[in-house]
Design a protein around this ligand. Structure first.
Ligand SMILES: NC(=O)c1ccc[n+]([C@@H]2O[C@H](COP(=O)([O-])OP(=O)(O)OC[C@H]3O[C@@H](n4cnc5c(N)ncnc54)[C@H](OP(=O)(O)O)[C@@H]3O)[C@@H](O)[C@H]2O)c1
Length: 213
């Protein structure tokens, strides 16, 4: 049975991913989060919980025992430090497969007016720190997949397309549910999209900014 460690397990996208995994696979999920009492375990036969911060090396290294896949759904201005901590802990436990949620724009890959608007909204720290964190992952020897979602919505839909690193980003938006399902599919078929950085958007949502702005 596959053991998946979900870092930031109470996060919005992680919640969709966990739900999809419980419905469509037999993987065992280890939820890793700060303030663990906030998380409602849906199926205690399939899920266990560890309280910890992703920068807490001893706790993280222990949590990685017998883990096959790590899914990091994290955020924060110390995202680079979190990335370094995870790479180091995974190396110590010889765990190779990592799925890492990042953001659109880290390679300056968003074209046209939307690209300019995206910079105006996300410059000033966020894009830069997420870019450095992605570099930490890419220069590791892990089997990573970096996911760069478009602007996130809470629409109840699964509708997405992918672009690769080096290609212009497409569209402006994507639902959190779509990203959660994509993550679930990657976990169920972990040999796909290795060492790739994927832009993810809802088809036919091109524009100068997301529709709700
Ligand atoms: N909003 C957008 O349009 C957009 C677009 C593209 C990408 N993104 C990025 O997508 C990612 C995931 O989105 P989401 O909606 O699922 O975010 P979310 O609900 O904020 O989830 C992020 C999780 O990270 C956890 N976390 C932060 N620092 C941690 C640490 N040191 N140790 C352990 N856990 C930590 C938070 O836990 P706590 O509750 O304990 O703080 C939170 O549960 C974020 O990085 C976001 O920036 C957002």
């Amino acid at each position: 049975m596959t053991n998946v460690l979900v870092l930031g397990a109470a996060g919005h996208i992680a919640t969709f991913a966990r739900k999809d995994l419980l419905a469509n696979s037999d993987v065992h999920i280890i939820d890793y989060l700060r303030r663990a009492h906030r998380l409602k375990v849906a199926d205690s036969n399939r899920e266990s919980v560890i309280e910890g911060d992703s920068t807490d090396q001893p706790t993280l290294v222990r949590a990685l025992k017998n883990v096959d896949v790590v899914y990091a759904n994290l955020a924060g201005s110390n995202i680079e430090q979190q990335a370094r901590s995870i790479v180091s802990a995974m190396n110590q436990q010889q765990v190779k497969r990592l799925i890492w949620i990042s953001t659109l724009g880290i390679y300056d890959e968003v074209p046209g007016e939307f690209g300019k608007w995206n910079h105006s909204m996300l410059d000033g720290g966020y894009l830069q720190t997420y870019g450095v964190a992605a570099k930490v992952i890419e220069s590791s020897n892990l089997d990573y997949t970096i996911i760069r979602p478009a602007w996130l919505t809470n629409k109840d839909e699964v509708d997405y397309e992918l672009t690769q690193k080096g290609e212009p980003f497409k569209g402006t938006e994507v639902s959190r549910k779509s990203i959660g399902v994509l993550v679930s599919r990657l976990i169920q078929d972990p040999s796909t999209h290795i060492k790739e950085s994927l832009g993810v958007n809802k088809p036919n949502t091109d524009g100068d900014k997301p529709a709700w702005y």
